[in-house]
Design a binder for this molecule. Structure first.
Ligand SMILES: Cc1ncc(COP(=O)(O)O)c(C=O)c1O
Length: 398
């Protein structure tokens, strides 16, 4: 990953006490305990929610849903946005619309939140795990090219895994903690192998790759508005489309596939009840108004961490990769390899001090339901798994 330029090269003197003290020096002393990520409701949330209650438009249809979708489209530069109940449902629909069928394989990073893998499994497909890049924490396209050359072949049905005989239908780059994946080489690999690209940008609202919003570079992108994300709708997600017609189909199948009619109930396929309720969208509209402010606060918090940790030995603060702008949804420390064994002690010490920290997710390839799924060698993901510690990242800390 890109490492902040200001730091010592010394690995001597690693000290948990120093790290705790450094975290404390950056964080707002009024806010103990310091959570990892706290939602902030400082705008028109109450006003919009009361409006929903007063007008009776609290459920799955309403003006706030349309407005939220439109404003998200403008913010991200998408042709069409469809708001849904959560990011996991959005991923499931995105993969389905990309042609993923039962028995297919979908390439996903081993280092991700479980929702990425679950969305694949819900479709009866198999997650196929890919290693991470040190630079971005996301899929390593260079290694993926070599791997596909080894195990895959193209046929009239697209890319086939020669080992399992199954089609490899899609790849899901995930923008870890808001840091964009290096998309250009990934798009090139996908195009060469005829694999669809669905971006898991659940953590990436407000992040840009070469000036383009994440989630708009592949065929379909996905956002999450869970309570821990940069903006929240309580629970919620969205699909980002660059193709109007595909967006229209998504809206149809996420609203029970009911054909529009003043009174007739006619559903033309097995649809999903995944639409976002108006109440949640109202919260989202108020949150979206504050998003630019949240991004400034989160980037400022990162800058304060960067300066504070510059001379702390044994750890590096993870920074945005070159040519990208991260929303810094979650800041993270990376312990030097030789101090990985100190990670649990660091977690215990910080939590005891009222500073919430968390290790990164257990690799998907280690979870019981996915341990037999195909994978490439995962040395980088395995190393990152042992060394990443997320630290408090709320916009309200600054
Ligand atoms: C990388 C990633 N993918 C998918 C999701 C799923 O989003 P949701 O919780 O809204 O279902 C999340 C977050 O929760 C996430 O962090």
């Amino acid at each position: 990953m890109a490492i902040s330029p200001v730091r010592t090269t010394s690995n001597q003197g690693f000290s948990i006490e120093t790290i705790v003290r450094t975290l404390r020096s950056v964080l707002d002393s009024q806010q103990v305990p310091h959570t990892l990520h706290q939602p902030r409701f400082a705008g028109r949330e109450r006003e919009y929610l009361v409006d929903c209650i007063d007008t009776g438009w609290v459920s799955s249809v309403g003006a706030y849903v349309d407005r939220f979708e439109q404003e998200l489209a403008e913010f991200t530069g998408s042709k069409r946005v469809v708001a849904v109940v959560n990011g996991t449902a959005a991923l499931q629909i995105a993969l389905k619309l990309s042609g993923v069928q039962p028995g297919d394989e979908v390439l996903i990073p081993a280092l991700t939140f479980v929702a990425t893998a679950n969305a694949v499994a819900y479709l009866g497909a198999f997650p196929h795990f890919v290693d991470s890049s040190q630079q971005t924490l996301g899929i390593d396209s260079g290694r993926l090219v070599e791997y596909l050359d080894e195990i895959a072949e193209t046929s009239s049905c697209g890319c086939i895994n020669r080992v399992t005989g199954r089609p490899i239908r899609a790849v899901v780059p995930m923008h870890t903690f808001g840091h964009p994946v290096d998309m250009d080489p990934l798009l090139e690999v996908a195009s060469r192998w005829k694999i669809e690209v669905v971006e898991d940008a659940a953590e990436g609202l407000g992040s840009y790759y070469k000036g383009r919003h994440v989630g708009t570079l592949g065929r379909i992108g996905v956002l999450s508005f869970n309570g821990n994300k940069i903006i929240t709708t309580g629970g919620g997600g969205a699909l980002l489309f660059q193709n109007e017609e595909e967006g229209r189909v998504a809206k149809h199948i996420t609203t029970t596939a009911r054909q529009p009619h003043p009174w007739r109930y006619f559903h033309d396929q097995v649809g999903y009840n995944f639409r976002m309720p108006n109440l949640n969208a109202a919260l989202g509209c108020a949150q979206l108004e504050q998003l630019p402010k949240f991004i400034v606060a989160k980037r400022l918090l990162h800058e304060c961490y960067r300066v504070a940790f510059a001379s702390v030995p044994g750890v590096q603060l993870i920074a945005e990769p070159p040519l990208t702008q991260s929303n810094y949804w979650l800041n993270a420390l990376l312990l030097d390899e030789e101090f990985a064994t100190q990670r649990d002690a660091l977690l215990d010490a910080t939590i005891k001090d009222g500073i919430m920290t968390r290790p990164v997710w257990t690799l998907m390839s280690r979870l019981p339901m996915y341990e037999n799924c195909p994978r490439m060698e995962l040395p980088v993901a395995e190393s990152l798994e042992k060394r990443i510690v997320n630290i408090p990242s709320s916009a309200s800390e600054k």
